[in-house]
Design a binder for this molecule. Sequence first.
Ligand code: ADP
Ligand code: MG
Length: 701
Amino acid sequence: MSALRRSFSVDLSCEPLSCLAGVGPRVAAKLEARGLLTLQDLWLHLPLRYEDRTTLVPIRALKPGLSAQVEGRVEAVERGFRYRPVLRVAVGDASGSTLVLRFFHFRAAQVAQLAVGTRLRCYGTPRPGQHGLEIVHPSYRVLGDHEDAGLGEALDPVYPAVEGIGPVSLRKLIGQALDRLPEAPALELLPASFLGGLGLPSLRQALLTMHRPPRDADVAALAAGTHPAQQRLAMEELLAHHLSLRRQRIALQQHHAPSLKGRDGLVKALRQSLPFQLTGAQARVFEQIRKDLAKASPMLRLVQGDVGSGKTVVAALAAMLAVERGKQVALAAPTELLAEQHLFNLRGWLEPLGVRIGWLAGKVTGKARAAVLADVASGQAQVVVGTHALMQQNVVFHDLALAIIDEQHRFGVHQRLALRDKGAAGRSVPHQLVMTATPIPRTLAMAAYSDLDVSAIDELPPGRTPVQTIVISAERRPELVERIRVACAQGRQAYWVCTLIDESDEVVATAAQNTFDALSAQLPELKVGLVHGRMKAAEKQAAMRGFKAGEIDLLVATTVIEVGVDVPNASLMLIENAERLGLAQLHQLRGRVGRGAAASSCVLMYQSPLSSMARERLETMRQTNDGFLIAEKDLELRGPGELLGTRQTGLAAFRVADLARDAGLLPDIHALGERLLQESPELADRIVARWIGGAVRYASA
Ligand code: ADP
Ligand code: MG
């Protein structure tokens, strides 16, 4: 009996929505367009928020910003025209106060309906208006003079909209789907002991609470997402994502990769030729990589290291392990500026050792491109440095054993995969080393990178003095110009960063050009340079080279210099409109100074007035140079979706879970995940299918 019921219920969850009353082909197509195909999809289409129609609030007791239901009679109606037609309806109740309802879209019938004296019940969010509180476009209902309308029994769920299906119909459909929700034992995929241990309800109970919260539900907890019902769902959702990433990881490990074990003459030679000793952290991370590369299954390792921690040289050492075995290495960077800098560094380090380096960027065209492609295909080019261009289809390697991707968060998952697929023919795939300077809080990294091994270079090379950060109003710009004059007179170099967020390249370029003109005029004794995204590659290069060589004193730049630019003698950075940038970006930019021995400073200029968020960001920057602390703060201020970007991980697409809020669940989830993968993989499959479904959310790792 129970076996029968179980299989029946599984079928039920996958039942197409056409089984519901009112779902014909047309409605089904609209639901499908929103990814809603089965009963289960509707069960998991969770409310965005709730409206409380279980009580009536006296108008006198309304609070701005707090949604409420009120009942009263129309006292006055006014039709006006200010830029557009507007209808204002004053409603009064027994509390003796009046509330204004304001409509911008209305029909004549509506106006007729809202005559003075009409009894109305309405729901909405009051805001301060010209004459006391008002609600714009409330939902409302006209009541008969003696009608007893009753009150809601439960909080009303408000669902994410489905195009072409009105909210009322959608609620009815979800209601029907819920009526078919199987009994708990048939629906449940998680072990009861596990849930019990965490004090979390069954899936059935959690879904019912979310869709039909009882009158006395803890509304504050529901709004905050901390209600046990939400935690229960978030838990299963995070588990599903974790399992999906882990399975991809396991699948990747079934592939073969060239074992790069053995002689390390080139590694030794490179280490000896470097003008510095590796830091402890660099040496440790390199050893981890060396161990990975010795295996015959592909490495997939993320190296996290704060700006300036010296990731490049670790990548170069890893490359030597491959070159030593006669294999090829690809190193991809997200911008041409950064790729070029890698090219410059690698040439300096590797060419003296006899290693041949190829260069491939979008700007390499014609004969030059054909020549590089030929070298890559023949294996002549042992290390190939470039941009996205490396990932294009016509780039064929002779024997690619290691793909290195710098600042991987700037690339999409697909691009990383494109490079991986350039492995030697057959089942062999290259090892992958991805590097990022965007520190991610540990908790977040656990969830985002379940498919990667993570190493941290958590130590800066010695002799760096921490950057001092100053926050200053833009009104004090003249003082800052003097400051540059003094610093450059002492042989130091400076960056002036122009930022305009959400503007086109062109607008930003013009702003940078104007700043460049102004500063050139104010500082005639200095050599001022300019780089922005609109310049020709050759011009950009010339400016960067000039700055690196010390021929340019002051470099006016847009945020193109954000990643990777390395000019140790630059010790002063001024950032205009710093209040517009996020913490991660400010931290990256600031990382361009403090790379040499000289004491460095970073001046964050802001335009008043500052929003409280902006003030908090700037204050955080002033207080700390620690990328991990900054990342934690960033997570707190912005939430993980923005922090990681959907492009990279799809993490923003969670239905219930919120990594910032639910990170505490992760250790338990990971433990359970490992257990399931070992003990009941088919259960793991069902959990993944339930939450992630057939949708290709992550390409395989
Ligand atoms: P990032 O981790 O930000 O990519 P880079 O690899 O660009 O950092 O290194 C920053 C600078 O530090 C470079 O000039 C590099 O040559 C230098 N560097 C790297 N490792 C060390 C070290 N162990 N000691 C001294 N300088 C180092
Ligand atoms: Mg770097």
